[in-house]
Design a protein around this ligand. Structure first.
Ligand code: SF4
Length: 437
């Protein structure tokens, strides 16, 4: 629970000016497609009734008033490129759903001083919110900045820290200790290990990983994490060519049990945005301002969307099967603004089953454009309310990072101009993005 003081000035740029800020919208719209035993999924997400916090905090961020979900998570998105090649890669799928190829939107602030200065500023700005923090990628275990990032988050007392990784670099030694030991020593609570299949060779093939941890390495990582007080979790995407049915789920869980892991998540591949009658999403899709300039790359965006559509295994039939089994017991359900989660228990293992949809995300953002549901600190050292560094930019403005115009040496290109527009309210930045939703 976040209790925000009425008038607590945090810095020159960021202050709490009151919370909660928005009125309750009234009775919830009935689900047009009710499904017995299942949280409503097609009704519009209601931030006040469906969310765990049910309220928003009014923050002033770099001169702009923002209504931020009280349980919003801050994702720190590593600039380290992933060494994997999953056909379903979510890092590629998110921009693809907006018509952009990943490489054309991902820029990295290469200067450590500038990067960490911007991060400090963001953590200061968000202090009244006290968000949980996720480190993700890219591939954070291979990121040379990781130890410093972890120390920074620990020193700042950031709560409920999680890291998600394919595990490749966790046993590498960096600054005197293994990466997994850095994770535990800095008090990370959860370590999510992406693993498509139990068998080493099958997993490496499916994720196209050159150095995925084999079973022995995975066992060592799990043992070190548990010993250090971090809870490891195996994360599995349901795929036709991978874990595709209940037998596969049971095999995966048995493998987790044998490794000493007591927490597993199975994810349905995200559906992408579909527009038109019945979709809940109206109007033209907001795309990267330069999407038309990247037409030759569109085939790559279609590739990841096409793979995901072809490989998607639906969660609901699986959930229906779990309901008929005595060895599975339902613990809880959670609904987020673009995901739904059921938590089950199997032989002492927490089994999380998640369905998420970028179409639901688009619908929620269209319904509630004034609300900030999530916070992403991009590799370009900019905080945004989306996974696109060009949409929903919050700050800090480039001027705060020493960008003084041409020749300043920071590789931010047009983003700097967009950000300036955002903070001044002129067309071209956030205002433009909102207008197009
Ligand atoms: S491990 Fe994750 S980031 Fe890397 S390719 Fe696979 S899905 Fe993408």
């Amino acid at each position: 629970m976040i209790t925000a003081p009425a008038q607590s000035v945090i810095s020159d740029q960021c202050s709490v000016v009151g919370a909660p800020v928005l009125p309750d919208p009234g009775p919830r719209t009935p689900d047009p497609n009710p499904q017995p035993g299942r949280v409503a999924s097609r009704s519009p997400f209601d931030p006040w009734r469906d969310s765990t916090a049910g309220r928003f905090v009014d923050l002033e961020l770099w001169g702009e008033h923002r209504h931020v979900y009280a349980n919003a998570n801050l994702s720190i998105y590593s600039g380290q490129a992933c060494n994997g090649g999953c056909g379903f890669c979510v890092e590629k799928l998110r921009p693809a759903a907006r018509g952009v190829e990943l490489a054309s939107q991902k820029t990295v602030e290469a200067d450590d001083a500038r990067y960490f200065s911007a991060l400090d500023e963001v953590l200061d700005a968000l202090r009244p919110l006290g968000p949980s923090v996720s480190l993700t990628g890219g591939e954070p275990s291979l990121d040379s900045r990781l130890p410093r990032l972890l120390r920074t988050l620990q020193d700042r007392g950031m709560r409920k820290r999680t890291m998600t990784t394919n595990g490749s670099g966790l046993l590498d030694v960096r600054e005197g200790r293994t990466v997994v030991d850095w994770v535990t020593a800095t008090g990370v609570r959860h370590l999510n290990l992406s693993r498509a299949l139990p068998a080493d060779a099958d997993n490496a093939r499916l994720m196209q990983l050159d150095r995925a941890p084999d079973r022995a390495a995975l066992a060592e990582i799990v043992a070190r994490a548990v010993r250090g007080g971090t809870r490891p979790r195996l994360s599995c995407v349901l795929l036709r060519d991978g874990i595709a049915d209940l037998d596969g789920v049971l095999e995966y869980l048995a493998n987790a049990e044998s490794l000493g892991v007591d927490n597993v998540v199975f994810r349905q591949l995200m559906t992408t945005e579909k527009r038109g009658p019945g979709s809940g999403v109206r109007g033209p899709a907001p795309t990267h301002p330069a999407a038309d300039d990247h037409r030759p790359l569109r085939s790559q965006t279609e590739e990841v969307v096409g793979y995901s559509d072809a490989q998607r295994v639906l969660l609901r039939p699986l959930l229906a099967q779990l309901r008929g089994r005595r060895d599975f017991s339902l613990q809880t359900r959670v609904r987020g603004y673009y995901y739904e989660v059921e938590v089950w228990r199997w032989r002492g293992i927490d089994v999380v089953l998640e369905e998420a949809s970028l179409a639901w995300l688009a619908a929620s953002r269209q319904l509630w454009p004034e609300l900030v549901f999530e916070l992403v600190f991009h590799p370009s050292a900019v905080l945004c309310s989306t996974w696109q560094p060009w949409d929903g930019m919050l700050g800090p403005p480039p001027t705060h990072r020493g960008v003084r115009g041409p020749g300043s040496g920071v590789r931010l290109g047009g983003e700097a101009a967009d950000m300036q527009s955002t903070t001044t309210g002129r067309p071209g930045g956030l205002d433009n993005a909102r207008g197009s939703r």
